[in-house]
Design a protein around this ligand. Sequence first.
Ligand SMILES: [Zn+2]
Length: 184
Amino acid sequence: MNLYRYCPSCGTPLKTATIENRTRKTCPSCSWVHYENPLPVALAYTVNQSGKLLVVRRAHPPAYNEWALPGGFLESGETPQEGCLRELQEETSLNGRIDRLIGAYHRESEMYGSLLAVAYKVVVSDDSLQINHELYEADFYSCEDIPRITIPLHQNVIEDARNHDSQKPQENITSFTVHPGKIT
Ligand SMILES: [Zn+2]
C-alpha cells in the first residue's frame, strides 16, 4: 500500500492528525484529509446449467497461480452486480446473470489494504468459455472435483453459497435437472 506524502490536491507535505478518533494524514494548507476506505471488489460464484462451479487459476498477483473465483475491482459508476458480470465476462467471456447475493465480506489484503468484497451467485446458460491474460485456466467443476482453493475469502464465499443452497433442497433438485441432448 502506498501512502500519500504530499497533498494530492495542492502538493503541500501532509501532516498526521487525529480526526474522528483515527490517525489520518491531512493537509495543513487546504485541509484535505486522507480518509482510507476499503476498496470494493465483486466476486462471481458462477454455476452452469448442471450446477457445476466455475473456478479459475490466476496468472497475476495477488494469489498468483492460485485457484479462485473470478472477480475484481468495481469501476466508478457501475453497480456491484454490473461489476461482477463485467469481471466474469472479461476473464472468461461468459455472459452470466445474477441469481442472488451471497454476502458482503471484509478482508485485509497485503497488496491493496482494506477490501470490501461483494459476492453474487451467477448463472450461465452457455458455459463455453475463453480466458484472457489474467488467467492460466478456467473450467466448471462438480462439487467433489473442485481444485483446492486456499484464498480464505473465496473459501468463505463457497461455503456460504453451499450452506444457503443446502437449506433449499427443492431448488437444488430443480437446478440438477438433466437437459436432453447434453450429456456431461
Ligand atoms: Zn492541500
